[in-house]
Ligand binder design. Structure first.
Ligand code: IMP
Ligand code: MG
Length: 337
């Protein structure tokens, strides 16, 4: 069994949380490992009527047979992770790598008061950038140094490797999105690390030869929180007319909205080495898609849109989300286009 990466193809908030929850319930991985920057990301999962906005605990928690891991590349805020462990009840099956660098109060303070980070870049103010600076400067604390995290400490790369040797499925949950990558995104309006699949693998300590699938997630339109170039952005009134008004999970800021950016998507597919494309929020863009679970039920304009994405990217669309609930999905791995 392989390691599968779920990565964001736009500016984050593509709906990775719901997709990882769906895959966890249907593909039944033995491990779901969170990758990405840290608690600047908010992954939304609606499970048993409750809405979770997860910033540290993997969205795969909905599958009780899976171990939840946080890779050594990911920044951890002890308060946030402990709160989420409590909220999701995953305490006895969650592991935090000893080498995760820790976000301290001073990092959050720096992030929130910096004219450059908060004012110009529009950082989430969660301390991630300054904590990564501390890490690069070799002065950061690690999870190993934090007594309240002791009972959760783990060797994540070792656990993942053991699972892969046992032929078990490992799902790697990326965060943020391609356009926010420090390396490939719209610098300087980016997050503090690369966000592409290669780095997501490195975040959990999996070598590139062990990755079998990269599922790249795109929303049917584009959203962006914070400052920075946005080629296909539309005026907020136009988005309102379409009925698309979104607010950030972590920051509560209103998201900027635009149409699907094929050029961005093609580059994201190339650099992520995407083997499968996932499209989310199709129901918000096209009437008559809400809750649909079969491709043939979709209206013709929605079907044509999905087919165009597949054609232009040259990568098969394998999963389509048609609503907030985990089961609102069209799984084209079992149903042909
Ligand atoms: P930082 O990562 O908090 O420093 O924020 C830098 C930029 O990345 C800002 O524009 C944020 O809004 C954006 N950003 C960081 N993480 C996410 C995310 O998970 N979703 C959406 N935007 C994000
Ligand atoms: Mg989010």
């Amino acid at each position: 069994m392989p390691a599968v990466i779920v990565a964001g193809g736009q500016f984050g908030d593509e709906g990775k949380g719901k997709i990882v929850a769906y895959l966890a319930l249907h593909d039944r991985p033995k491990i779901v490992a969170r990758a990405g920057v840290g608690p600047n990301a908010g992954h939304t999962v609606i499970f048993r009527g409750k809405k979770f906005g997860l910033r540290q605990v993997p969205s795969g928690f909905v599958h009780e047979g899976a171990r939840m891991l946080i890779g050594p590349g990911v920044l951890v805020n002890p308060e946030v992770v402990l709160e989420e462990i409590e909220e999701t009840g995953v305490g006895d099956r969650l592991g935090i790598d000893r080498r995760c660098a820790v976000i301290e109060a001073q990092h959050i303070e720096q992030d929130r008061t910096s004219e450059h980070l908060k004012g110009k870049i529009g950082s989430t103010g969660t301390g991630c950038g300054p904590a990564n600076v501390a890490r690069v400067s070799r002065v950061a604390k690690l999870a190993d140094d934090i007594p309240t995290l002791r009972r959760f400490l783990a060797d994540v790369p070792r656990e993942v490797d053991d699972a892969l040797h046992r032929d078990e499925l490992v799902l790697i949950e990326g965060s943020q999105g391609f356009g926010l990558s420090l390396v490939h995104g719209t610098y300087p309006y980016v997050t503090s690390k690369d966000t592409s699949a290669s780095t997501l693998a490195a975040d959990v300590g999996v070598g590139p030869t062990r990755i079998e699938e990269v599922m790249l997630v795109f929303k049917a339109y584009v959203s962006r929180v914070g400052a920075g170039p946005f080629a296909t952005e539309m005026p907020p009134e136009e988005a309102e007319e379409l009925g698309i008004v979104e607010y950030g999970t972590v920051t509560g800021r209103r998201r900027r909205i635009g149409t699907f950016d094929f050029e961005l998507a093609k580059r994201a597919a190339m650099i992520n080495g995407a083997t499968q494309i996932v499209i989310t929020c199709l129901d918000r863009l096209f009437k008559g898609c809400s809750g649909m679970r079969s491709f043939s039920q979709l209206p013709p304009d929605a079907r044509a849109f999905v087919e165009r994405i597949e054609e232009e990217l040259g990568v098969p669309v394998t999963l389509i989300s048609t609503g907030e609930n985990i089961e609102d999905a069209i799984d084209l791995r079992t149903e042909k286009l």
